[in-house]
Write a protein that binds this ligand. Sequence first.
Ligand code: HEC
Length: 186
Amino acid sequence: MSKQMKKLATLFFLGAVCSGQPLSALAHGGATGIVKERMDAMEDMKGAMKTVSDMFKGKIPYEAVQVRVAAETINMHAGENLTKLFPKGSLHHPTEAKAEIWQEWDRFQHLSKELERISQGLYDAADNVGSENEEETSASMMGMAAEPEVQEGAESFATMPVEAVFERLSDNCSACHTDYRVEKDK
Ligand code: HEC
């Protein structure tokens, strides 16, 4: 590329950024094949997470049925259904996946299994609003704050406040992104 062309390309790039077009939209425009498939699955999960998060923020009314629908959406994409969208070395443009995925395949797989387990937990906990939270409040008032971290297994999620399970789920998304997704716009 000539110096002038490089300059032009840079200007074009900056122009696109400054015009307010999201970088991600630019970068993902050309996704094809398995990369597009997994990006679509991720976007689907993002939508489900947003619905539930909007409920907790009070933007839309809380509805356990909708929480279960969101949990099912995530559950359907999790576990093996997610990891099978990452065949070894599938790093073609415009992927944000990191090569570490295949160097640490066991851990990557584990995080995807956790996604499956916790989303099942969200489904099971969808009705846990109100009384459970009061229980937690009185426990912490007596100086014994509830520690959801020590609880394991889908059974215990079923008795946890739904918001706590949602937080665990969100942490799981972040844990995988932190290690296995290239940081671009956030
Ligand atoms: C097992 C690891 C893992 C888990 C768990 C995970 N992700 Fe991802 N996610 C990735 C990787 C890797 C990419 C980059 C994929 C690519 O660009 O090829 C990604 C990309 C994304 C993207 C960008 C998609 C795009 O259009 O480029 C979104 C949005 C996203 N994830 C949302 C979520 C949400 C929400 C959750 C939790 C409900 C979640 N992810 C759980 C690994 C994970």
